[in-house]
Design a binder for this molecule. Structure first.
Ligand SMILES: Cc1cc2nc3c(=O)[nH]c(=O)nc-3n(C[C@H](O)[C@H](O)[C@H](O)COP(=O)(O)OP(=O)(O)OC[C@H]3O[C@@H](n4cnc5c(N)ncnc54)[C@H](O)[C@@H]3O)c2cc1C
Length: 512
């Protein structure tokens, strides 16, 4: 059994921004058109010593995971950050969230991983099971192996605990967070970073606005309008119940208590839906996310949440195995209203930035939770912006920082978004030939993994190669390493010499 105090590697490998490429260094006959110094090297594993070359004033809309992480990362590197959040009290729904290694290594640099490890649970494995009879189809090993492989742990934690840890860190850094402060308008001219508060007051003393305003992003819809694109909600066809069951309610039921006391996640796959379940909060709560097709009244609703009832939930899962039904029987009856989330998405945007505005988190890559990467990718956004905004030599170069952010993040974020959609189809197959084939491949890949072999798993969350892409890429390191390449203009065509020979002289911008 893995205990939280067991030593697990927390730090990602040391990376330094490559020194100026010698072959690109201007020779005595070359002309450098920018006098700005070569940017400082950034060692992302020693992030605490990295300081922005030009401290900026940054405004963030939204204090969810994306907004708080961006605020922390940017404040740590020397920028002055102000956050505006519409709700008056920042709290999360009672449910769990997985913190994958790609997020954990960034949370470490932001100084919060130790607390997340303390309050989270390192699952040893995830069991993939059948809906009807609870039979195990396969499983995937998690901690401590994943922690060793990716040099960062994989944890599950109560969302409220993650939110509290991030909020405390933000407060300890004296970040100004204005709650009960919805943003109602932004400057129509995107090149002027200004936002309007509900009071009617305009905030203009800022160099950049980061929109971390979630899946219903108001800034994204304004951006889409400017780009001439319709910003439409796309229904994924799925809805989710999120429940947490107190361990105390399972006393006298050894089978159920074993689930909440164990270090295992369970994924039950069934026709049209699946259930993801694992313990949280020191094994005192059992977290369940129950996915099923949306109901007719939820179609075309932008409301996102709607009240459900325990009886309706029991009816939805009445054909599922006795473990599931037994677990659901422990959901309190007095929890009259069980919230049901419709899972929506948005078509990918042409760009995540416009002038002095940039989107992060669910505002630009809302994704189905089936590869457990929505928040992890929001944390990646925050990590990359913390690197790129630290590299520029003046506020006039903000566009360079946003461009590099977009190059490093957009394609990757959208690929992970697409993989969650693909996984939806795989997890929700009706019993029949396709499902049998899926189960056969899951079995084979489980056996192969035991022998150290990577065989494709149709459940991409459990697929060892896709895990390497999701969990193994260090986006902050990539942003630092590619900075020079992405901000240097291509060399101009060789100038003709009097003799007709091309000159070796070239113009190169060293840093922006
Ligand atoms: C069932 C389910 C399970 C999931 N499980 C996982 C998981 O295991 N791992 C994982 O990584 N991800 C998971 N996710 C995804 C993850 O929850 C989201 O991707 C993540 O929370 C998005 O964070 P965000 O900060 O971008 O958006 P949000 O959390 O939505 O935050 C946006 C904030 O902006 C504020 N806001 C909005 N408009 C305005 C305005 N006009 N003015 C001021 N403030 C405003 C909102 O009040 C809110 O606080 C799951 C999602 C679901 C639905």
């Amino acid at each position: 059994m893995v205990r939280k105090k067991d030593k697990m590697p927390l730090r990602a490998s040391t990376t330094t921004l490559p020194k100026s490429n010698r072959s690109n260094t201007p020779s005595s006959s070359s002309i450098s058109i920018t006098p700005s110094p070569i940017p400082q090297q950034i060692d992302v594993s020693n992030f605490s010593s990295f300081r922005a070359r030009t401290p900026l004033r940054v405004t963030i809309i939204g204090a969810g995971v994306a907004g708080l992480c961006a605020a922390i990362g940017l404040t740590l590197t020397g920028h002055t950050v102000t956050v505006y959040e519409s709700v008056s009290s920042i709290k999360e729904v009672g449910a769990g969230i997985q913190v994958a290694p790609n997020a954990a290594r960034i949370l470490d640099r932001f100084g919060v991983l130790e607390e997340v490890v303390r309050d989270g649970i390192a699952l040893e494995r995830n069991s993939l099971r059948r809906w009807e009879d609870d039979g195990e189809i396969g499983w995937v090993g998690l901690m401590p192996g994943v922690g060793k492989k990716y040099n960062a742990p994989l944890l599950v934690i109560h969302r409220a605990d993650l939110q509290r840890i991030l909020l405390n860190r933000a407060h300890s850094l004296s970040i100004k967070i204005h709650t009960g402060c919805p943003i109602t308008a932004i400057s129509p001219d995107f090149s002027t970073p200004s936002i309007k508060l509900a009071s009617g007051e305009w905030v203009t003393d800022t160099d950049l606005v980061i929109a971390a305003d979630g899946i219903k992003s108001f800034v994204r819809s304004e951006m889409a309008r400017r780009m001439g694109v319709k910003d439409e909600t796309v229904s994924t066809g799925d809805a989710a119940y999120r429940v947490v069951i107190e361990e105390e309610r399972m006393r006298g039921d050894p089978k159920m208590r074993a689930l909440v006391k164990g270090n295992m996640g369970v994924r039950w796959m069934g026709p049209g839906g699946h259930i993801m379940a694992y313990p949280v909060r020191s094994h005192k709560l059992y977290n369940m996310v129950l996915i099923h097709p949306i109901r007719p009244h939820q179609i075309d609703t932008e409301s996102w949440t709607s009240p459900g009832t325990k009886s309706e939930m029991l009816k939805t899962y009445s054909g599922w195995n006795s473990m599931v039904k037994q677990l659901l029987s422990y959901v309190p009856d007095d929890q009259e209203v069980i919230m049901e989330w419709t899972l929506n998405s948005h078509a990918p945007l042409k760009s995540w930035r416009e002038g002095r505005f940039v989107l992060i988190g669910d505002a630009c890559h809302p994704m189905l939770p089936y590869v457990a990467q929505g928040a992890a990718n929001a944390i990646e956004d925050a990590g990359v912006l913390s690197v790129t905004l630290g590299m520029i030599s003046s506020a006039e170069k903000i566009d360079d920082a946003l461009r590099v952010y977009e190059v490093v993040r957009k394609e990757r974020g959208e690929a992970i978004q697409a993989s969650a959609r693909d996984t939806q189809k795989v997890l929700h197959l009706k019993d029949g030939r396709e499902q049998e084939e899926r189960d056969r491949r899951i079995r084979e890949s489980t056996i192969a993994a035991r022998g150290g072999e990577k065989k494709g798993n149709p459940d991409l969350w459990a697929d060892l190669r896709w895990q390497e892409f999701m969990w193994g890429v260090d986006v902050m390191k990539e942003a630092a390493e590619r900075w020079s390449e992405l901000t240097s203009p291509p060399p101009p065509p060789p100038a003709p010499t009097p003799s007709g020979m091309s000159s070796s002289a070239h113009i190169r911008i060293q840093a922006t």
